[in-house]
Design a protein around this ligand. Structure first.
Ligand code: NAD
Ligand code: MG
Length: 391
């Protein structure tokens, strides 16, 4: 039995993970489920999956859950707060940790799992964007396994040479595919008035609201370029982005002999989740089968820099000082939240990101306390800019 902790269990990735686990009850046991404050959703998950621990970051919500669960006669122990999150991420009895909290808020617990030598199923790409070097070092020192859950990075891992030592030698470049999101064909002039509902209506994937907005600006792909840089040790000059509206080719690896290896499948996060859970084997994910004859054609195009200026910020940040990627991520989290709250225009997300990166991207930061300090300064800086642009 493999015991697993799911951080962010009530979110889109967390729920898909529980669906996959539900197909393999003889192989996996849910050790802990953790979320921010959604006690009702967590209650239902606890009744169904009977974890040893349920953790809510919010103390009051945890109290609610404790009361409600008590009525069901459940034996799940309810814990509260950030410390409890770290505990269930690093408990000696846990084999795997699904890191599926959204944003830099997921860094501490993902790091705790890395340091404790767990198999880390990393959906929380922001961890690698904020603290890529530090996170990879923690994985190495902890001695665990890092399995990316982001579909593109899972595809690349599946297409890379089997021996890690050959990655740098055999591979010419990696190509991240991108759907182009809901505004791929929108008139650039129309972008200014796009609403949160329009930005979150992704054509191919159903995801949390933050990553959905990131897909609409293509900041998601910017974060993924940084993620790929750290995961695969590839310089930015060997990472390409290609728009592929059907989201069937999940990414590809070009070799020096001209071969291109890719991983294909229907757009369903249960496939990369199952791959991470079962690696190096394969197991059923519940996803439907790819029918290429029905799909008929696969299209590819270069991303339009005028429509998606955010993409360039990743390459700019990777050229800058050690903390630049953390600055970019912090600015983006603040700007996206302001957009979702209705106080910032869609096109101003990029303005906030670019200006904050320019102001603070030169700051050097390596250690965790320096990175968190810079993250806080970038959030304050971005909030000032949001305020100045607010509608
Ligand atoms: P979501 O908004 O649907 O869910 C977020 C989860 O995190 C919830 O369970 C929430 O309770 C929890 N959470 C938020 N803040 C927290 C905090 N401070 N402490 C504890 N828990 C907290 O998000 P999602 O779409 O599932 O995305 C999760 C992560 O996976 C993100 O980093 C995203 O970029 C990445 N990802 C998602 C998808 C997808 O298809 N949804 C694909 C690739 C990568
Ligand atoms: Mg992705």
């Amino acid at each position: 039995m493999k015991r697993i902790t799911i951080l962010g269990s009530t979110g889109s990735i967390g729920r898909s993970t529980l669906e996959v686990l539900g197909l393999h009850p003889e192989e996996f046991e849910v050790f802990a489920l953790a979320a921010r404050s959604s006690h009702q959703a967590l209650l239902e998950q606890c009744v169904r999956h009977a974890p040893r621990y349920a953790v809510l970051e919010d103390e009051q919500a945890a109290e609610h859950l404790r009361r409600e669960l008590g009525r069901t006669g459940s034996r799940t122990e309810v814990l509260a707060g950030a410390g409890a999150m770290l505990r269930v991420a690093s408990d000696p009895e846990v084999h795997m940790v699904m890191a599926a909290i959204v944003g830099a808020a997921g860094l501490d617990s993902a790091l705790a799992a890395a340091r404790a030598g767990k198999r880390v199923l990393l959906a929380n790409k922001e961890s690698l964007v904020v603290a890529g070097e530090l996170f990879m070092r923690a994985m190495h020192e902890g001695g665990g396994e890092l399995l990316p859950i982001d579909s593109e990075h899972s595809a690349i891992l599946q297409s890379m040479p089997a021996e890690r030592e050959r990655w740098d030698l055999d591979v010419r470049e990696i190509t991240l595919t991108a759907s182009g999101g809901p505004f791929r064909c929108a008139e650039p002039a129309a972008l200014e008035t796009m609403t949160p509902a329009q930005a979150c209506a992704h054509p191919n994937w159903s995801m949390g609201r933050k990553i959905s907005v990131d897909s609409a600006t293509m900041m998601n792909k910017a974060l993924e370029v940084i993620e790929a840089h750290y995961l695969f040790g590839m310089p930015a000059s060997r990472i390409q982005v290609l728009i592929h509206p059907q989201s069937i080719v999940h990414s590809m690896v070009t070799y020096h002999d001209g071969s291109v290896l890719a991983q294909l499948g229907v757009p369903d996060m249960r496939t990369p989740i199952a791959y991470g859970l079962s690696w190096p084997r394969r197991m059923a994910s519940g996803s439907s089968w790819l029918d290429l004859a029905r799909i008929g054609r696969l299209d590819f195009e270069e991303p339009d820099a005028a429509r998606f200026p955010g993409l360039g910020l990743a390459f700019a940040a990777l050229e800058m000082a050690g903390g630049a990627c953390a600055v970019l991520n912090a600015a983006n989290e603040v700007a996206v939240q302001a957009f979702l709250d209705g106080s910032l225009r869609f096109t101003d997300i990029h303005r906030v990101n670019a200006a904050t990166l320019e102001a603070l991207g030169g700051s050097a930061a390596r250690e965790l306390d320096e990175l968190l300090d810079l993250d806080a300064r970038a959030r304050a800086d971005a909030a000032t800019r949001v305020h100045a642009l607010a509608r």
